[in-house]
Write a new protein. Structure first.
Length: 164
């Protein structure tokens, strides 16, 4: 819940909940996330695509019924060729961010896992972002947070549909 002394956000137009406002605010947030990801990539000697692949591997761990990430699924998700994904995974594996493991039941299948060293490097780098996110969350009550989560989940679902 917003307290009386919390400043209102700067909104791009007269209608704070209109499409224009949402578009501007979402683009701004996306731009900031991209800058942070680019800085992490630079600090780790990686490409931005590599960081996007790391995010896909991490998020795959939370997807129901999807199983471990594979190079093929990663290529589809990122709209990359198999060669580009192989090069990306080579860089990530060399830097200690991922490990490739052959499936026990079918040695032809390769699973991509986020390596512990990579997790620790990301956790350390992104700790200020996590702290900031938690501080912002604390400014909202549970009902407001449920609405925010519902909005973000619906946006993600719809963005995936638009992409297809």
């Amino acid at each position: 819940m917003r307290s009386a002394d919390t400043p209102l956000p700067v909104l791009p137009c007269d209608d704070p909940i209109g499409l224009q406002s949402f578009a501007v605010l979402l683009r701004g947030m996306n731009a900031e996330f991209n800058r942070i990801a680019q800085e992490f990539a630079h600090a780790q000697g990686l490409h931005l695509t590599d960081v996007q692949a790391l995010i896909a591997v991490l998020d795959a761990e939370h997807e129901e019924d999807a199983g471990p990430m594979t190079p093929g699924r990663l290529a589809t998700r990122m709209n990359l060729t198999s060669g580009a994904v192989t090069a990306c995974l080579d860089r990530l594996e060399k830097a200690g961010h991922v490990r490739r493991v052959r499936a026990a039941d079918d040695r032809r299948v390769v699973h991509v896992h986020y390596a512990q060293a990579g997790r620790e490097a990301a956790r350390e780098y992104f700790r200020p972002l996590a702290t900031s996110t938690d501080a912002v969350r604390a400014r909202f009550d549970a009902a407001e947070l449920h609405v925010v989560v519902r909005f973000l989940a619906e946006m993600n679902r719809n963005l995936a549909l638009v992409r297809r």
